[in-house]
Design a protein around this ligand. Structure first.
Ligand SMILES: *Cc1c(COP(=O)(O)O)cnc(C)c1O
Length: 483
C-alpha cells in the first residue's frame, strides 16, 4: 500500500486474500482454542512497547497488518469462550453468529429505520417475537429492542420506567433494588439523574434472598414522607450466585403499589430454555420490562443485549423524536423504525446473528446447551461435596457455583481461608491455565465458577480443581509456620 489510495480500496485479489486469511485464522482459533491458555496478561508498558507509534502516513500491505494483529492482539487476549474460562460471565459465542456479524458489517446494514433495510427491521421484529414467546410476554402488545448489551438494556428500561411513571418531574420518585443487583442498574440510575437519596438498596439475607418485608416497610415509609415509589428492580439470576429474586411476589407488590417492575435477567433469564431454569424463573413473565443478554447465555458474540417490554407503546412514547430530515420515511406503523424504540439512531444489524444461529442449530440445540450448563454445575457441586478438601459456599444455581478450599480437620480461621483461596486464584491466573477468580460472599473470599459454556466438560473442571489443590497444598507446605 505505498501508493496513494484516496478511495480506500483494495483490488479484488487483495480483498479475497485478506478475507480468506481472516476466516482461516478464526476457524483455526475455534478448532484449537481449547488447547490454548485462556488467560492473557500485559502491563501498559508492555503493550506500549508493542503498539505505541504515531498514526502512520504511509500504508502497508494488508496481509502484513493482519499478521501483526494476529500475532500481537489476538494471541494476547483472554479467551472468554475457552472451556476453562469460568470467571465473570463467560462468552461462549458460536461460529455461525460470528459469520453473521461479518455479513452485517460487510454489507454495512443500517438497522435504524425500516426504510434502510426492511428485512433487517423485520428480522428484529421476528426474533423479538420469538423471545416474547419464550418469556411468556404478550405476543401482540409486547415489544422490544436489541441493544449493545445488558447495561444499555437496563438504561433503556429505566428511562422508560421513569417516563411512563413520572413524566417530566421525577424529583420525588424513589427506586428499589437489592444489594445483589448488578452495578449497571445503579450506573443507569445515576446516568438518568436520580440523586442518591432516591435509591433504596434493600439488603439481602445471608442466603442472598431478596427481603420482601424490608421492601414493603421501605415503600410504606417513603409514602408517609410524601415520596413517590415508582420502580422496583428484580434480578433473574444475580451475577454473583445465580440467585433469582421472588419474582411473583415482587410482581404482586408492584401491581399493588403501582410500581414499574423491571427484571434484570442479563445473567440468568436465558435459563428459561431448560426445564429447571423455567421453574426457577417463574414470574418472569409478569415484568413490565425484562433485560436479557444474548451475548452471555444465548451464545452470541459481543455485542448483543436485549430489552423486552410488556407494552411496546411505552418504548415509542419514551424515545420518539422527529427531526426534520427523518420526516419522509415514516411509513406504516407496523413497519417499525427501531430508532424510535431506543437511544441509538444508527444501529448495527444485531438481529442477524441471533436469527442465523437459531435457524442453523434450531432452538432445541440452545435448550440442550442451557440444560447441559445447569446440570454440569450441579454435578460439580456433588463432586465438591464428596471431597474432603472443598466446601460448597453457595449451591449450584443457574450454572453458577461458589466454593472454597477448606479441608476437613484443617482448623483454619477465616483469615487463613481467605488467604489460601485468594492464593489459589492468583496462582491459577499466573499459570494462565484457567480463568478463575474470587468473589466475596458474606465477607468470605470464595472461588466462583460460571459454567455457561456448553464446550466445558466435567473433565475440564476436574483438571482445574486438581490444579487448585496442588496450589493450595504447596501453599500449606510453604506456610507450615502459619497453619
Ligand atoms: C452482565 C450483566 C449486566 C451487564 O450487561 P453487559 O452486557 O455487560 O452490559 C447487567 N446485569 C446482570 C445481572 C449481568 O450479569
Amino acid at each position: 500500500m505505498s501508493k496513494r489510495n484516496a478511495k480506500l480500496e483494495l483490488v479484488a485479489e487483495e480483498m479475497k486474500a485478506l478475507g480468506y486469511a481472516t476466516v482461516d485464522a478464526i476457524v483455526k482459533h475455534h478448532l484449537t482454542q481449547s488447547k490454548k491458555l485462556p488467560v492473557a496478561m500485559g502491563s501498559r508498558e508492555e503493550m506500549d512497547s508493542i503498539f505505541l507509534e504515531e498514526a502512520p502516513e504511509e500504508g502497508k500491505n494488508p496481509k502484513e497488518v493482519l499478521d501483526f494483529v494476529l500475532q500481537h492482539v489476538m494471541a494476547n487476549t483472554t479467551l472468554l469462550s475457552h472451556p476453562k474460562a469460568y470467571s465473570f460471565v463467560p462468552g461462549p459465542s458460536n461460529y455461525v453468529s460470528v459469520m453473521a456479524d461479518a455479513l452485517a458489517t460487510g454489507f454495512n446494514v443500517f438497522s435504524g429505520g425500516w426504510a434502510a433495510s426492511p428485512p433487517a427491521a423485520e428480522l428484529e421484529i421476528i426474533t423479538i417475537q420469538w423471545l416474547l414467546k419464550i418469556f411468556g410476554f404478550p405476543p401482540k402488545k409486547g415489544g422490544g429492542i436489541f441493544t449493545s448489551g445488558g447495561s444499555m438494556a437496563n438504561l433503556t428500561a429505566l428511562a422508560t420506567a421513569r417516563n411512563i411513571k413520572c413524566g417530566k418531574d421525577f424529583s420525588k420518585a424513589v427506586i428499589y433494588l437489592s444489594d445483589q443487583a448488578h452495578s449497571s442498574n445503579i450506573k443507569a440510575i445515576r446516568v438518568l439523574g436520580f440523586k442518591e437519596e432516591q435509591v433504596r438498596v434493600i439488603p439481602t439475607d445471608g442466603e442472598f434472598n431478596f427481603a420482601m418485608n424490608k421492601l414493603k416497610n421501605c415503600i410504606a415509609k417513603d409514602r408517609l414522607q410524601g415520596l413517590y415509589p415508582f420502580c422496583l428492580i428484580g434480578s433473574a439470576g444475580t451475577t454473583n450466585t445465580g440467585t433469582v429474586d421472588p419474582l411473583r411476589e415482587m410482581a404482586k407488590i408492584s401491581k399493588k403499589e403501582n410500581l414499574w417492575f423491571h427484571i434484570d435477567g442479563a445473567y440468568g433469564a436465558a435459563a428459561i430454555l431448560a426445564p429447571k431454569g423455567k421453574k426457577a424463573l417463574r414470574g418472569i413473565e409478569k415484568a413490565d420490562s425484562l433485560t436479557i443478554d444474548p451475548h452471555k447465555w444465548l451464545f452470541q458474540p459481543y455485542e448483543m443485549g436485549c430489552l423486552l417490554v410488556r407494552n411496546h407503546k411505552n418504548l415509542s412514547h419514551t424515545f420518539t423524536e422527529k427531526p426534520e430530515y427523518l420526516r419522509d420515511i415514516e411509513g406504516n406503523t407496523s413497519e417499525i423504525n427501531f430508532y424510535d424504540l431506543g437511544i441509538q439512531l444508527t444501529r448495527r444489524f444485531r438481529a442477524l446473528k441471533f436469527y442465523m444461529s437459531i435457524k442453523t442449530f434450531g432452538l432445541t440445540a440452545f435448550r440442550d446447551a442451557v440444560a447441559y450448563n445447569i446440570d454440569i454445575a450441579e454435578k460439580i457441586e456433588e463432586l465438591l461435596r464428596g471431597s474432603r478438601k472443598w466446601q460448597v459456599v453457595h449451591p449450584a444455581t443457574l450454572a453458577i457455583i461458589n466454593f472454597r478450599f477448606n479441608p476437613i480437620h484443617s482448623d483454619y480461621d477465616e483469615l487463613m481461608l481467605d488467604t489460601i483461596n485468594q492464593y489459589i486464584s492468583e496462582k491459577m491466573m499466573r499459570s494462565r491455565k484457567a480463568l478463575l477468580v474470587t468473589t466475596i460472599l458474606n465477607k468470605q473470599v470464595v472461588l466462583r465458577m460460571c459454567l455457561i459454556n456448553p464446550r466445558t466438560t466435567l473433565n475440564d473442571v476436574k483438571e482445574t480443581l486438581l490444579l487448585c489443590e496442588e496450589f493450595a497444598e504447596a501453599f500449606e507446605k510453604a506456610n507450615r509456620h502459619m497453619v
